[in-house]
Design a protein around this ligand. Sequence first.
Ligand code: BG6
Length: 280
Amino acid sequence: MQHPQITSQFIGDNLIYHIKHNKFEAKISRFGGHVLSFIPNGQSDVLWMSNSAVLDGSVAIRGGIPLCWPWFGAASGENAREPQHGYARILPWQFELESFDEQSVRLTATPIDTENKLAKFNLKLKLILVLDSHLNIQLQTTNISEKPVELSQAIHTYFDVNEIEPTQLFGLEGTDYLDKLQDNQQTQSGAISITEETDRVYLTNTPEVKLDSANHGVNIGGSGHDSMVVWNPWINKAKAMKDFDDLGYKHMICVEMANTQGLTVSAGDTVTLSQQISVL
Ligand code: BG6
């Protein structure tokens, strides 16, 4: 097969790759190691991107697939002054085209830590992207020290749902979740519908959920996770965020594979968190 067609474009200091292959089209940002867009052949974009997202590498990108690592959510303890969701989404990454054929393209990437932000965590990170008619994204973390290291992380995918009202997420019925807005634990009853601000950490390693929306059905699979996060900022929070369109909340839902329950990576070990996105 011919090389997949890969073009690139600078936005400020950031480089955006545009890949065209007979199975899909995708856009990937060097800043954040961030998938911006994924369009399987004959489908619309599976990923939502804010119209006011900043793509020049000056701030984290709103939409697509941010990578939260080496922690998910607000930093705490000795890292308390550090950025929400960690460093992976705000560092530049070095991408390699590892292999390709008529079926798929495999890319790997590692963060470029010019300011030495990551050294103290003793963790090495590698991103693996396999793109075909599905998108498989893997975050591989290796503990390069001689002591166990605690890690939390998320593959923070923004799914485009066209209209949020009829959208339903199946597969988490009966699952306990932490409601970050009410600061309590609850149990999911029935499928998930979004009718208000929603920020929940489902305590589950279930391997698959299904998102049904007006544009398409999407299977969201994963492994290596102990939680799934479901987030929609709804009206007021969307308005309060500079890089989130005021009405954007109507068109997206985040469904994130995550480790939030205290994952310990033993000395020398590698753990892999993955998410697999398949349009039905
Ligand atoms: C979600 C968190 O995963 O990400 C929310 O559960 C958070 O609490 C949201 O508001 C967006 O985070 P950020 O840092 O990208 O605005």
